[in-house]
Ligand binder design. Sequence first.
Ligand code: NDP
Length: 618
Amino acid sequence: MTTEPHDGTDPGADLDAVRQRYRAERDKRMRNDGIGQYRRMDGPFAAWLEDPYVSSDGSREPVTATNDVVIIGAGIGSLVTAGHLSEAGITDIRVIDTAGDFGGAWYWNRYPGVMCDVEAYIYLPLLEETGYTPTRKYTDGEEIRLHLQRTARYLDLYRQALLQTTVTDARWEETSGRWVVTTDRGDEIRARYLIIPTGQLLKPKLPGIPGIETFSGTMFHTSRWDFEYTGGDITGGLDRLADKRVGIIGTGSTAIQAIPHLAEGARELYVFQRTPSAVDVRNNRPTPPDFGADHAPGWQRRRRQNFTRIVSGQDVDVDLVGDGWTAMFTALTSAHLLKDRPTMTSRERAAILERSDVNVMDAIRQRIDDTVADKATAELLKPWYGRWCKRPCFHDEYLPAFNVPGTVLVDTDGRGPDAIEGSTVVVGERRYELDCLIFATGFEVGTSYADRVGFDPVGRSGRSISEKWAHGPETLHGVQCHDFPNAFFTNTNHAPRTANYTHLADEQARHIAFVIASARKRGADIVEVTAEAERAWGEEVARGAHRGARYRAECTPGFLNGEGKIEETSGGIYAGTYTDGPVKFFGILERWRAENDLADLDLRAAEADAEVGSEVGG
Ligand code: NDP
């Protein structure tokens, strides 16, 4: 298998045959219930959401306090926001999170094999500031989590953090010009600024397989791994599975990382597959001893920008990251070909892009033939869809796991298991007796924002954010909302999707810190986007809403295309996103900061408030 870029001109596969195969594979997976096929983790499954990593119930006295900033969530988005605010001189920051520590997604996801397939040098935040060098090009979840905790210490966030604490309500109080944030621990924090930097994939979900609640063995979701039961840790060594029959449902980005360890540890492993992932070369390696020798200040941002440019299909002089992601994008966009033929028609361009996509997927399918010994299994592991239909995966141990004796691929022909009955998973005529069933079935997408975040902020006019966003996001740059003064959001609502989430979070955080600090310089500690500016940004986002929709409509269903129902506004992770890409988006933010002179914002001073910085309890 090679990661050499394809130039899009080689004859490759018979396109018509490939198109037909893609369509047939998509059609057999199409279903009417869309995201309704999934089951929330409530009722008998509510306890699955509990935190398995804390040693106490976190009881404490309620805190009543006044702070400059409350940030909801203790993950990467929160840390980069706190970093930029601190640089701007705003340091009275209180972080609140349900989790027992900093880490966000990396706090919860501790399954064996958990790692980040985006290069550590661009993914981990604040490497320059903390002076930390990741040990490998692609690092594991533990190293990431520990670095996020290091970063929280560096930013002095532990002192005021309320962990093991869930926000229940946040309301704008016009008289005091503050957000009043309350929690399930009886806390009441009055904050000048409320920042909600959540990612997209917050709440784990389960498949709605009939009888799921009847399973009589041990079962859990990958985001709450039961190491008590399996033994081992995130590096593997699942020694308590040696006499167990284990099933795993799902073959997405998470599953492909856990499966090699399950194959090694379990007596028997059954991998229930609905749609195969497309898994390209990982090629991990230790950080070279001279890494950073030539780094000048600002190197991390430049490296991030370089990566983001490449994975946005733009031409660069040098590929600083040089990995599977960048090779894939170069191949897929055939950037050099497109550049050399500026006069080509859109039809010619589409043909080149389609050919490149098929070539890249052919190479991925060939890699399966080259790796998996059993030919029937290899055939079933082949993905038949375009490269963008599912999140691209990179891994070097996943495919060899199917050569481990005792590992069985149970392909469900696009349907998923039919039923769960006691200790048995039923697929067609076959019944699989199991001791343990693991759900690698991902996270809610397309459900309401407030549901996923866990509370529903109420703004100036008494309207909640879910009422305001009932028909889709309304924001300026995805960051601020009219009627929600001093509230800031970061995620991909009205903002682009990126391969490197940290880059997006960092640029949004930079922007938030700029807005707050610039307004304060003008004596205004209340800042609210005008209705006109918000409307104009909504129109800008809507103009590009169709981009990529045709490609996604032809994709096999998944969370990227609303389970095949992309025409529904609630469907798909792209709904409400800015589709012109991160490079253009970051440029817009930069120009706005340089040229808008805060004209899109209403600025005013809050009335004097004697309590700032005070704290009672906790
Ligand atoms: P995904 O949603 O990507 O995958 C869920 C899997 O469950 C899919 O294979 C899906 O199949 C399968 N599934 C769902 N319902 C059923 C069913 N009824 N029967 C059988 N299979 C079913 O979740 P992940 O947790 O794998 O990944 C979520 C995201 O987390 C990724 O997209 C990525 O953004 C992030 N991530 C990033 C990593 C990194 O290295 N940076 C590592 C891990 C995760 P189908 O495809 O048919 O829907």
